[in-house]
Write a protein that binds this ligand. Structure first.
Ligand SMILES: [Mg+2]
Length: 414
């Protein structure tokens, strides 16, 4: 099992090139207004202009479930991205109403400035759906840049496409502890997973368990089933006050867990910091957070030990790199939140393959979700506990044309 220091040392020992690199010793910890710490270095591909302009932005939406984004430049070249899940149709509406005007007629290589302009142009309501919409544009630009350079996004960010370890992430609280333990053991044997995450407590649950005693039964049952060689993580989904979070955390420590996610309501940074201070099991969090100044506070006060930006909630790859760079300043690992098998897990793989402070594994949902089946090819596949980071240009996948043909298409263009 690894602790957070080991994550960093392992990454450094592997000599991974990265756009998130250590700053000179003693550099002052200063930030600009939008979360660029001294550790954030502009990816080289964003350092020079291409002379091209974005002339068309399309969304392809199927209800509230999912929406893809295509940008087209004035030479006809294209890039594909995805808006965040959960009310994706609302995110698509925000994209066309509030953000398309920021990106149209601009050079895609100005992305670092465009993501800031997108926030500042919407300064009365800058987070949540603005960031969810921005994520679609940002990820489409990264695909466009990769295709233009003939490189995968992972390579553009300084990484190397390779098989990357994943942790099997359970989304279920309805499953009984004995059944959860048995299914994780089965997945370990069948697919070689060497890490899993389970759910404890109840969502925003005011200290209530899903049913009385479930958490106390689950934590040791899973450890017993998978043995000592497997990394175990647990997610509280904003359930606990600090006293109860600390009790649950102690039980995790007794059973060798390595990650306690969102123990307290995520907006209660002081509660989370109090919990993290009391425990030796590292506390993780931040999946819902999309304000980079809030990220800066969270990291500065040691509310968490592991940062978990969701690439599609925080506003895309570019802003996720800024969070990773802030975390690097405190030697904190970054493990993006990627709780479904649409493109967010693919994006996380590319980023994790490149950043210096990548945690040991990418989140990979083990739940069957028909709405993500066949969305893009090649599909992400777990072999010996790892998933290949695509090496083809851009994101390295093709979105299912049948899915796109059935989707509602909206267009903003010059
Ligand atoms: Mg979570």
């Amino acid at each position: 099992m690894q602790n957070r220091r080991t994550f960093i040392q392992t990454a450094a020992a592997a000599g991974l090139a990265s756009t998130v690199t250590a700053s000179p010793a003693g550099a002052a910890a200063r930030y600009d207004q939008l979360g660029r710490s001294p550790h954030y270095h502009l990816p080289p591909v964003l350092k020079s202009k291409t002379g091209l302009k974005i002339v068309k932005i399309e969304t392809f939406t199927q209800g509230a479930t999912l929406s893809f984004v295509r940008i087209t430049a004035d030479d006809g070249s294209e890039g594909w991205g995805q808006l965040s899940t959960y009310d994706a149709d609302l995110a698509a509406a925000v994209l066309h109403r509030k953000l398309a005007g920021v990106f149209l007629n601009e050079d895609p290589a100005d992305l670092d400035a465009l993501v800031d302009r997108a926030i500042e142009a919407n300064y009365k309501y800058p987070w949540s759906f603005v960031c969810r919409a921005l994520s679609g544009l940002d990820t489409a630009v990264w695909d466009w840049l990769g295709k233009r350079e003939g490189k995968s996004v992972c390579e553009l960010l300084g990484g190397k496409p390779r098989p990357f370890p994943v942790y099997g992430s359970s989304m279920s609280r309805e499953i009984k502890p004995a059944d959860e333990a048995a299914r994780l053991k089965r997945l370990m044997d069948e697919k070689g997973y060497a890490a899993f995450k389970v759910r404890v407590g109840s969502v925003a649950g005011h200290d209530r368990d899903q049913w009385p005693g479930r958490t106390e039964e689950l934590i040791p049952a899973v450890r017993k089933a998978v043995g000592d060689g497997v990394d175990l993580l647990a997610d509280g989904n904003s359930c606990y006050t600090p006293p109860r979070a600390i009790e649950v955390g102690r039980l995790m420590e007794d059973n060798g867990y390595i990650h306690f996610e969102e123990p307290c309501p995520f907006w209660e940074l002081e509660w989370t910091a109090e919990t993290a201070k009391a425990l030796t099991v590292p506390v993780a969090g931040g999946e819902q957070d999309n304000d980079l100044a809030q990220w800066r506070r969270m990291i500065a006060m040691n509310a968490v030990d592991i940062v978990q930006p969701d690439i599609l909630y925080v506003g895309g790859v570019t802003r996720s790199l800024r969070v990773a760079a802030m975390a690097l300043e405190k030697d904190m690992p970054c493990v993006p939140h990627s709780a479904n098998l649409a493109m967010v897990t693919l994006f996380s793989l590319h980023v994790m393959g490149a950043i210096l402070n990548a945690g040991p594994h990418v989140e990979f949902s083990i739940e069957s979700t028909p709405w993500t089946d066949g969305l893009f090819s090649p599909a992400l596949e777990v072999k010996e506990g790892k998933v290949m980071i695509p090496a083809e240009p851009g994101w390295g996948v093709t979105i299912n044309p049948d899915w796109l043909a059935q989707a509602e298409r909206q267009v903003s263009e010059l």
